[in-house]
Design a protein around this ligand. Structure first.
Ligand SMILES: [Zn+2]
Length: 454
């Protein structure tokens, strides 16, 4: 099957061209002025940008977080993704008590046959005995690449000390590991006098997890990464100062960071509302949002990702106004990602389209180690393609398709995904799934059962 996408404005890495895109089977065959080429199917992209399929580099679905189970399954999370041009959803597998391989197998079982877009897992190891480290080495050799570490959350059993992080940088860095680190310094948080705060006020969250916790941890982890030449990606940066430290130390592509739409478009005043507990997330919404937005407008962030973590309304509203620390932390975002990212540059549509191509496709593909398959409109790559009309009907944002409080109420968008192709198959037309009952997403990494462990 040959598909020709013509008359569109193709976003090719860092430039925009009036170019056709030819798809053969599951891959891109050619990009350029293709003249009188024949095809079985022609998509008219007049008035639209033709983008590489987008990637949400940071989401949480179908998982237990503390005492709450997330609202989104792989099915619903990937459905929201594909409808919004996202053809690869990156999510996490957390080790827990058993082996990482058991956790990986359980996550795959939940995803396979139910995902509407491709799925890639970041690994969150929580145990570091010699056999667990050997398993990690085998996974890295098999093409897994991203490891997530936390400088906080001791009670949840996922905390890694700076000493542990240093060991892992030294041992696994040379094997190609890309370290994703949640930076909030546990000692700074432990040093906050919670007794002096009104824990019935959601806004106190900003004092319990202060900006300084983030900037201290970022500086420590950056110093370690520079010492060991480790590839470091700091997740969900919420502070302007954190972004400045990282941008200053970005060297040869080995240090990068992401921020999230909520830190760019929502500030801590949302926590001061009567229903402010619905906006609890960690790190918290900040007062420096405009400053961070200006840095990101000027290209400071490598990736924009959601940290999508949707809870059911009854779980978010189980709030009894006593101690805000025992309530679910997290906001939905997958369905809003391209729309809110567009708003960063909305006075300049070409710049916004380039932002989508760079921060939502090219850079995440490189960080995830799938740049030979995903992330750009180039011959030989998977034909994951989003045809985006920037002048569709205006409608409210919908961060998730399952019941959950909207993170961006009152926000609207005119972006309409006219066509979304996943590995050459047209699966979305005019914002509708063509085959809602036939999810066609695949895991991007090999099944752990196929690997041999010694
Ligand atoms: Zn997260």
């Amino acid at each position: 099957m040959r598909t020709l996408i013509r008359n569109g404005r193709a976003v090719i890495k860092d430039r925009i061209e009036d170019a056709d895109v030819l798809v053969e089977g599951a891959t891109i065959a050619a990009v350029g002025q293709l003249g009188a080429v024949t095809a079985d199917r022609v998509i008219d992209a007049a008035g639209c940008y033709v983008l590489p399929g987008l990637i949400d580099f940071h989401t949480h679905v179908d998982d237990q977080i503390g005492r709450f189970y997330l609202a989104d399954s792989y099915e619903s999370g990937t459905r929201a993704a594909l409808l919004n041009g996202i053809t690869t959803l990156c999510t996490f597998v957390t080790q827990g008590q058993g082996s990482l391989l058991e956790a990986m197998a359980a996550a795959r079982a939940k995803a396979e046959g139910r995902s509407h877009c491709d799925v890639l897992w970041h690994l969150t190891p929580t145990r570091f005995e010699p056999e667990e480290l050997r398993a990690l080495e085998t996974l890295l050799a098999a093409g897994y690449r991203t490891l997530k570490l936390y400088t906080t959350y001791k009670a949840a059993g996922i905390f890694a000390s700076y000493g542990r992080i240093e060991d892992l940088f030294r041992r696994l860095g040379p094997l190609g590991a890309q370290f994703m680190v949640h930076c909030e310094d546990d000692a700074v948080i432990a040093g906050v006098n919670a007794g002096a705060l009104d824990l019935a006020q959601a806004h106190s969250h900003t004092r319990l997890r202060p900006e300084q916790a983030e900037t201290v941890a970022i500086q420590r982890v950056v110093d370690l990464a520079l010492t060991y030449r480790a590839a470091l990606h700091v997740v969900h940066v919420s502070t302007a100062e954190g972004a400045r430290i990282l941008a200053r130390n970005r060297s040869q592509g080995r240090i990068s960071f992401e921020t999230c739409p909520q830190y760019l478009f929502l500030d801590d005043q949302w926590l001061a509302r009567e229903d402010g507990h619905r906006w609890l997330c960690s790190p918290p919404l900040r007062s420096c949002r405009a400053e961070l937005l200006e840095l990101v407008r000027n290209g400071a962030a490598d990736i924009i990702a959601t940290d999508h973590c949707a809870f059911r309304p009854e779980d978010k509203d189980s709030w009894d106004g006593r101690d805000l620390r025992s309530y679910p932390n997290g906001l939905p975002g997958i369905g809003a990602l391209p729309h809110v990212t567009w708003k960063i540059w909305e006075d300049d549509p070409d710049r916004a389209a380039l932002g989508l191509s760079t921060q939502l496709a090219l850079n995440p593909a490189f960080r995830a180690g799938v740049q030979d398959r995903k992330g750009a409109l180039a011959p030989g790559l998977d034909a994951d393609i989003a045809v985006l009309d920037p002048a569709g009907p205006e409608r409210p944002l919908r961060s998730t398709l399952v019941p959950a409080f909207e993170a961006f109420p009152g926000f609207t968008s005119k972006l309409l995904f006219r066509h979304v192709l996943l590995r050459g198959d047209p699966l979305v037309e005019n914002g509708r799934l063509l085959e809602p009952d036939r999810p066609q997403g695949l895991p991007l990494q090999p099944s752990p059962e196929t690997l041999s462990f010694h």
